[in-house]
Design a protein around this ligand. Structure first.
Ligand SMILES: C[S@@+](CC[C@H](N)C(=O)[O-])C[C@H]1O[C@@H](n2cnc3c(N)ncnc32)[C@H](O)[C@@H]1O
Length: 234
């Protein structure tokens, strides 16, 4: 994985920013959590865990959590906050999940990370392998309609590495991610032996309007993220 400064050099700043911001804390997280199954007593794998915001929620809900990230800074932060209560280690998930046994997890989540992965089919095949037969894979990612606005080629169907400058942490940081068509994304899911069992584009909560009417308008009119639940074709 090419080291992404937002999640390495600025890991602490990122952690602070997503505590209570609009896009992560007030839109992405409630949307994904509304699709989260009951995790009490379940084994959950959190891929691209970042500073462990989801891992903490899973822990509070009684899950046995394994949280992995390619960024050593993020993994160190998860260790610092949760110690042995969460199993955590450094793993570039584009290289697979070699430390996870077959059929070992009830749920795999991957919020806002698959757009950093170039080839999704091998990762989704690994997720299929580590999921129990009745397991669930739940992830969120950028909506292609939003990402297409930054397409260098103007060709929606071409997978492209996009560079954008984000002010998530309060000052501009360049972020690179892959933009891809729905055909490619959905194809990678089905190719891995999974099927889509639930799909959402998120519904912005009215309270966002009180904090930022402009963001509320934008989120209400333009799809920003997608929330996708998958199950195994056993
Ligand atoms: C936008 S953050 C999301 C963090 C967390 N999932 C959340 O929603 O709060 C993306 C995370 O994915 C991680 N990441 C990016 N590419 C990765 C890869 N190839 N393997 C594992 N983690 C990766 C980054 O280090 C970063 O922590």
């Amino acid at each position: 994985m090419k080291k992404a400064p937002m999640y390495t050099r600025y890991a602490r700043e990122y952690e602070r920013a997503i505590e209570d911001n609009i896009y992560n804390a007030r839109f992405e997280r409630p949307s994904l959590l509304s699709m989260l199954p009951d995790v009490a007593g379940k084994s959950v794998l959190d891929l691209g865990c970042g500073p462990g915001v989801y891992a903490e929620i899973l822990l509070q809900r009684g899950a046995e959590v394994t949280a992995v990230d390619a960024s050593s800074e993020m993994v160190a932060r998860v260790k610092e906050k949760f110690g042995s209560r969460i199993k955590t280690y450094i793993q570039d998930v584009s290289e697979g999940l070699p430390q996870e046994a077959d059929f070992s997890h009830d749920l795999v989540i991957c919020p806002l990370a698959v757009h950093y992965i170039k080839e999704l089919a091998p990762l989704f095949q690994e997720i299929y392998r580590v999921l129990k037969h009745d397991g669930t894979f739940l992830f969120s990612t950028h909506h292609p309609m939003m990402d297409f606005q930054s397409s260098p080629s103007g060709n929606y169907f071409r997978r492209e590495l996009v560079t954008e400058t984000w002010d998530t942490i309060g000052n501009p940081v360049d972020v690179q991610f892959y933009r891809r068509s729905l055909t490619e994304l959905f194809g990678s899911i089905t190719e891995a032996g999974l099927y889509i069992s639930n799909f959402s584009e998120g519904i912005p909560d009215k309270m966002i309007e009180e904090v930022s009417p402009a963001d509320y308008q934008r989120l209400s009119k333009l799809p920003t993220f997608m929330f996708i639940e998958c199950k195994k074709n056993n």
